[in-house]
Design a protein around this ligand. Structure first.
Ligand code: RAM
Length: 524
């Protein structure tokens, strides 16, 4: 049997299994038929217009080669598609061949996918060809799908008989179910929409783990988990799901005890090979701390405490004699955002300080601070080093790397870690935001930390305006759920080199839910 770093890993996996939630099912049917329209003014160049057909009229039409129908279910769904067919004339003498495509956004549905230029698998796209040998039956596609739109094209049919689609249904699943959550008071119409879309995003991503994106990658990432669990606190309050995810990561640590960045549940829970990413390993500690705050479940936190300590020990092994996190010491993935060209050295220095403080807090809550009494001193020395080597005091901004890059994320993590105080932080954020060449985040994940930093620095009006503009911008461009990547200046931004591969329902983007509930005085 493979050796494990922590003796109770099997036990932890068992506890994770015990906490697996049941899925709630909702039967959905198409609400209208739509027609694609190419439109340079629309997001990514495509929009849907309401068709003159209704689903009912489509169900009465004989299927003929060349027909194409697009059903709009009126909401984002995650689950299983069923369709049934019925004979209209004579009897079936040949199979019917259909090309199906399910998708989240109009452009994803209508942009030619070949040649496939993304560096992720083409198979994430939700198109299938099916052959129906038995009309008058219902079939359910085995693949779990995510999206709002379904296109059915008829690519093979016999002239000797007529049949029609009979009914198209979708069994939508989520562990959050249809449960309605309380909304904050006093929101404007626009803010209300921003909040609702955040809730829908989280609901769709809450399956038997907190998934990152139900279309793609359909798995549990530690960084996404951190933000999802914060939004869950203020909405569904399903803390068993958080506990399950914490245990899954603990049960599946790498050979050296580090938390892996992502986990698959099926066929049995396992980690992606060599998926070590130190920023996410450290955020796992924060997730555990926040879980303890939410639940007071000391038993779980004590059980997992050695894992948290191990993450800090690992991070400290990168420090050089100047108390600088040396990003070149070992091969390591340091992720803060998908923006190309982001220098991660300063954000990483700050993220380590943040993790030291968070883990120390956790220790205090567990009465174990004696075990980690050296943490505060290391955090102080690292903070001093950061201010000495990474802070441009003249301009009042954090800089990163040999080219002294000014990025928004270097400022936000300096604020989050407390390396910059509120006054310095406000100055750094304002300066960096005003600089034409400072690097902006390219995802709602990175933007989350910007909003958080603004709020920590008392930039309440700016934080609110930024949030409303950024997340509201997605809604104006047609979002039912928030997207994985979004840059108001670049509709085609894709971390994967081809925008249809982007996920349009992405957990890490749901955090307006968190902000609007956590800061009621700002958002009202
Ligand atoms: C994307 C995932 C996930 C994120 C990682 C770093 O591929 O969808 O959301 O955590 O990147």
């Amino acid at each position: 049997m493979a050796t494990t770093f922590f003796a109770p890993q099997q036990e932890w996996l068992r506890k994770a299994e015990e906490a697996k939630p049941a899925l709630h099912h909702t039967l959905c049917v198409p609400v209208r038929m739509v027609e694609p329209v190419q439109d340079t003014a629309a997001f990514q160049g495509w929009r849907y217009d309401v068709s003159s057909l209704s689903p009912q009229t489509v169900y009465e039409r004989p299927l003929a080669v060349g027909q194409s129908f697009t059903f709009d279910f009126g909401r984002h769904m995650v689950g299983y598609l069923s369709l049934s067919t019925k004979t209209l004339r004579r009897c079936q003498d040949a199979p019917i061949r259909l090309r199906l495509m399910m998708g989240e956004l109009p452009a994803e549905m209508n942009t030619p996918l070949e040649p496939w230029t993304a560096w992720l698998s083409r198979a994430w796209m939700q198109d299938e060809i099916i052959n129906i040998f038995e009309v008058d039956q219902s079939i359910t596609l085995p693949r779990r799908l995510a999206g709002r739109y379904l296109r059915i094209e008829v690519i093979g049919a016999s002239m000797d008989f007529d049949c029609a689609l009979n009914r198209v249904t979708f069994d939508a699943v989520s562990s959050a179910g249809d449960e309605q959550v309380e909304e904050p008071d006093g929101l404007s119409y626009e803010e209300h929409a921003i909040y609702r879309v955040g809730i829908e995003t989280l609901r769709e991503c809450m399956q038997t783990v907190y998934e990152d994106g139900p279309k793609r990658d359909q798995r549990l990432w530690a960084g996404d988990l951190y933000l999802e669990s914060l939004a869950n606190r203020y909405s569904f309050r399903n803390f068993d799901l958080t506990r399950r995810c914490l245990y899954l990561f603990a049960g599946l640590v790498a050979e050296d005890g580090t938390i892996v960045s992502n986990i698959f549940e099926r066929p049995t829970p396992h980690a992606q090979d060599s998926s070590y990413m130190i920023t996410y390993s450290l955020l796992w500690n924060s997730t555990l701390k926040e879980y303890l705050i939410d639940t007071q479940d000391k038993e779980t936190a004590l059980d997992l405490w050695p894992v948290a300590k191990r993450q800090i020990e690992d991070a400290l092994s990168y420090l050089n004699d100047d108390y600088i996190f040396d990003i070149h010491k070992r091969q390591v993935w340091i992720f803060f955002d998908w923006r190309d060209g982001l220098d991660v050295s300063t954000p990483m220095q700050c993220a380590t300080v943040f993790a030291l403080k968070e883990t120390y807090e956790l220790a205090k809550m567990l009465g174990l601070e004696n075990e980690v009494k050296h943490y505060p001193l290391i955090a102080r020395k690292m903070s001093t080093a950061a201010l000495r080597f990474m802070y441009d005091s003249k301009r009042g901004v954090m800089v990163s790397g040999p080219n002294k890059q000014v990025s928004i994320l270097a400022q936000t993590w300096a604020v989050k870690s407390g390396i910059l105080n509120a006054k310095q932080g406000a100055k750094a954020l304002e300066t960096a935001l005003a600089m034409p060449h400072s690097l902006m985040p390219g995802t709602p994940y990175g933007t989350h930390y910007l909003i958080e930093a603004m709020l920590m620095c008392g930039m309440n009006t700016e934080a609110k305006a930024y949030l409303v503009d950024y997340w509201g911008g997605m809604i104006k461009r047609g979002a039912d759920t928030y997207w994985e990547a979004y840059d108001p200046k670049d509709d085609f931004l894709s971390p994967y080199d081809f925008f249809p591969a982007n996920s349009a329902c992405h957990a890490w983007s749901c955090t307006p839910v968190y902000f609007m509930q956590r800061y009621p005085n700002v958002f009202k």
